[in-house]
Write a protein that binds this ligand. Structure first.
Ligand code: BGC
Length: 836
């Protein structure tokens, strides 16, 4: 139990769920007793993509679901918030609660009973395409924020669904890859946020992930679902599958899954009724699942009140304000040489805002979290114009084409020949065509279909009109694989298990040089989704953008990832999307007063340009009000207060878990799946070995005494802060609560917010432990000159590790060090503590 979180009490409101009680249990059993086995089995499979079944005869209503990572998505336009990684960058548990309440209101305005969030998986590397939907690299930060968020959502009478349980830390090959980790790694890194969500936040639903864990799919994983979730954590709510994440109806039924979504492909009457009759599945196991659905409905009063709450508004100005607050609180200032920021509007005549993310607004990444905004989302261009026009002129240029334009506009030397085969290895029957371009890419995601067989080879040539560096850009979706060869040499390659949104490389060509291009593409499910294009780098950046940069007093380059370069269903690159390094370099060369704003979950390669720009703002995905918040920060109306929730590495190679991220070669296993009414399918299961163990993010960097580009917890402000007067006991009894007090002072001349962070080290431990671990934090707002004294409490868990031999959380008596500061690296206050 994470008693350190127990200060966050469950708030009582008219619509919050009532706790379980003997009366509710009696009623649930009475309702259950009226159901036939057929009715019970029907109840444990979803319907109409986002609903559970109703049974009017026992007054059990149909329950409606919605995605939720950045807004209540599924049912029409809505408010889009700075969710996921942006929420984590606020380091603000009060805001997490407010966001949860606001999402709860939005859900009630759309009759939604279940929000399919929060996502709390650890950001193990920057490549995971869903990091933006998740929170941070730290289990404690995730735990605190998840608990507040869940309590906020559920206080509105809406069930929060914590996802994706568990070890869903990569998107490549997400249905087939197995995350293989030892128990200590799971307990200390990957499970605490789920544990806190269930045991402290009392989340009433959990969603299993697509991946396997140690060789067994999450939905069928006895260890996770039965032993830990329903056993140790005593979870009494509903464990649902991710959408189409079940592979075996009997195994899922027996290993803890309560509800197969979105439809009963496996846990259905055809499989389960004979299984119950033959004793393979006990009827009591089915009863338990049904009871969980009924109990949840009773506790929330779903049958007794309309889920549509007339007090909630679909077009809610209150939600809009919450979205703006989240953007303001999360955007993180990483570099500000010579105090270029904040800009003084009275001293600037013209500002140029340039780049692919300048306009329209970029609110979120791609996949099932994408929302359509009900309010007009504010882009950086519009946000800045709203704030400073007409006193400051605003120039805007997108500067670059869209990805599909590169595919469409590539001037191939003659036609492309394509040959499409009826196998996935370029054999079998073939159909040939001539094509003008290779431009079938469109963003999307889908489950790999092992039975869909096809492969296409493209052949063509390209003639360079001018000498220079050329971009070779390719893109496909899901687990599609491809290889692009120039004059017979592979230049861009995507293996099947390593799907990324787009890949690129550059080549130097002479004027008039002709190259031969071959591309081999193998889709992972029906259709062709491949795009390939070649463009002179210099042609990618418009003259207009350069002219605007030259004419302006200051330039903002809005760069980074978007929904088609960072998305569910695939990973993303560590490098910025194609052409953007060149964009930033070109613009900074024209105007040295260039500020870069970067969208995306944290961590990208900045080496080509960081020393050439004085200022860098990490904006994540700031939601519909992002442009307003960015403008306010640029011009000092809002003092930046976001802190990195993930270590920002210089390169992919130096990133803590890079060596362990991709499946171990040769460690594949086979999975034989018999789909109902369909042919059996053999899947290859690649195994991702979590041999980085606890050495994720800052744990790795601090343990190895090395320094990343920007450390976890780091973020600049327009003011300065100091920490002083640490007070902590020199000794304490192991197992007792230790209070740590200290002062934080705003030593600058403007108001601002600091996040005080408390790290615990255990140099005397019997086992090897990370050098330091975050165990407390608090955001504090201070006027200039103001000092506040903070007290953070550390409970037994803050000092413990998972003892593999004893099979429990253990505190080794002996020496600990407490460190307080403003990032994982800067901890000016230190004190030794001996636990007896
Ligand atoms: C995602 C889930 C989501 C579900 C329903 C799946 O593709 O993985 O996070 O809740 O779709 O949209």
């Amino acid at each position: 139990m994470l008693s350190i979180l127990s200060g966050l009490a469950h708030s009582a409101s008219a619509q919050a769920p009532v706790p379980d009680s003997p009366q509710i249990e009696a009623k649930a059993h009475e309702m259950l007793s009226k159901l036939t086995l057929e009715q019970k089995v029907e109840l444990i499979g979803g319907t109409d993509y986002m609903y559970t079944h109703d049974i009017p005869a026992i007054n059990l209503p149909r329950l409606k679901m919605s995605d939720a990572s950045v807004g209540v998505r599924t049912w029409g336009p809505t408010t889009s918030y700075a969710g996921g990684v942006s929420l984590a960058a606020t380091w603000d548990k009060d805001y997490a609660r407010t966001l949860g309440e606001s999402l709860g209101n939005d859900a009630r305005a759309r009759s939604v009973h279940f929000l399919l969030g929060p996502g709390v998986n650890i950001a193990r590397t920057p490549l995971n395409g869903r990091n933006f939907e998740y929170l941070s690299e730290d289990p404690f930060l995730n735990s605190v924020l998840a608990v507040s968020y869940i309590q906020g959502v559920q206080s509105k009478g809406v069930v929060a669904t914590v996802k994706h349980f568990a070890l869903n830390n990569q998107e490549f090959n997400r249905h087939n890859a197995s995350s293989d980790a030892d128990e200590r790694t799971m307990r200390e890194m990957y499970l605490p946020a789920f544990e806190a969500a269930v045991t402290v936040g009392h989340a009433d639903a959990v969603m299993n992930s697509y991946n396997l864990i140690n060789g067994q799919h999450a939905t069928q994983n006895e260890f996770l679902n039965l032993k830990i979730l329903k056993g140790e954590w005593a979870f009494k709510g509903i464990l649902m599958s991710d959408w189409d994440a079940v592979y075996d109806g009997v195994a899922a039924a027996n290993n803890g899954l309560d509800l197969e979504m979105p439809s009963p492909r496996f846990m259905n009457a055809k499989t389960l009724i004979p299984a119950v009759k033959s004793g393979q599945v006990k009827e009591s196991v089915i009863d338990d699942k049904v009871l969980r659905i009924i109990r949840t409905s009773l506790r929330y009063g779903f049958a007794d009140r309309p889920q549509l709450d007339p007090a909630s508004s679909t077009y809610s100005l209150a939600s809009k304000q919450v979205a703006l607050d989240g953007a303001r609180k999360s955007i993180t200032l990483l570099k500000n040489d010579g105090h270029l920021l904040p800009l003084d509007a009275s001293k600037i005549k013209t500002i140029a805002i340039i780049g692919p993310n300048a306009h329209p607004a970029l609110t979120g990444g791609g996949g099932s979290s994408e929302v359509r905004e009900i309010f007009e989302a504010v882009s950086t261009v519009v946000g800045v114009a709203n704030l400073v026009e007409p006193n400051v002129h605003v120039l805007y240029s997108p500067a670059m084409p869209q990805m599909n334009d590169v595919f469409q506009n590539t001037k191939w030397d003659g036609d492309i020949q394509s040959a499409t085969y009826t196998t996935n290895d370029f054999t079998g029957k073939v159909e040939t065509r001539t094509e003008k371009s290779i431009a079938n890419f469109h963003p999307g995601w889908s489950a790999p279909d092992e039975k869909y067989l096809s492969s296409t080879r493209y052949t063509g040539s390209f003639k360079a009109t001018k000498a220079g560096e050329y971009l070779v850009l390719a893109s496909a979706i899901g687990s599609d694989s491809y290889k692009v060869l120039i004059d017979g040499k592979p230049i861009v390659e995507q293996p099947r298990s390593e799907g990324q949104n787009s890949r690129y490389s550059t080549i130097d060509l002479q004027a008039g040089q002709t190259i031969h291009v071959d591309a081999e593409y193998v889709p992972s499910f029906a259709g062709n989704h491949f795009g390939l294009g070649i463009s002179l780098d210099a042609d990618l950046i418009s003259d207009e953008a350069k002219q605007f940069a030259a004419a302006a007093d200051v330039v903002v380059v809005a760069a980074g990832f978007q929904g088609n370069t960072e998305s569910e269903g695939q990973d993303r690159t560590f490098e910025l999307p194609w052409g953007q390094d060149a964009l930033i370099q070109t613009i900074a060369a024209v105007n040295p007063r260039t500020i870069v704003t970067l969208s995306g979950a944290v961590g990208t390669d900045t080496r080509h340009w960081l020393d050439k720009v004085p200022a860098l703002l990490q904006v994540y995905y700031p939601g519909q009000e992002g442009g307003t918040a960015i403008a306010e920060i640029l011009f000092g109306k809002q003092n930046p207060e976001g802190k990195l929730p993930v270590t920002f590495d210089r390169s992919w190679d130096e990133s803590a878990s890079a060596k362990f991220y991709y499946p171990v070669k040769g460690a594949d296993t086979a999975l034989h799946v018999t789909e109902n009414d369909k042919e059996p399918v053999d899947y290859v299961v690649p195994h991702v070995k979590y041999d980085d163990k606890l050495m994720v993010g800052y744990r790795y960097w601090t343990t190895n005494g090395k320094h990343p580009l920007f450390p976890f917890g780091f973020g600049l402000s327009y003011t300065t802060f100091s920490f002083a007067k640490l007070d902590a006991p020199a000794t304490a009894a192991a197992g007792s609560t230790v209070n740590v007090s200290f002062n934080v002072t705003n030593t600058g001349s403007v108001a601002g917010a600091e996040v005080a962070q408390l790290y615990v080290s255990n140099p005397g431990a019997k086992v090897s432990r990370p050098e330091r671990e975050l165990k407390g934090f608090e955001k504090v707002h201070l006027a200039p000159g103001e000092t506040k004294r903070l007290t953070l409490s550390l409970d037994a868990r803050a000092f413990s590790y998972w003892d593999e031999a004893a099979h429990k959380w253990t505190v080794d008596p002996g020496k600990f060090v407490l460190r307080v500061g403003d990032s994982s690296e800067n901890t000016p206050l230190n004190a030794d503590l001996t636990l007896n």
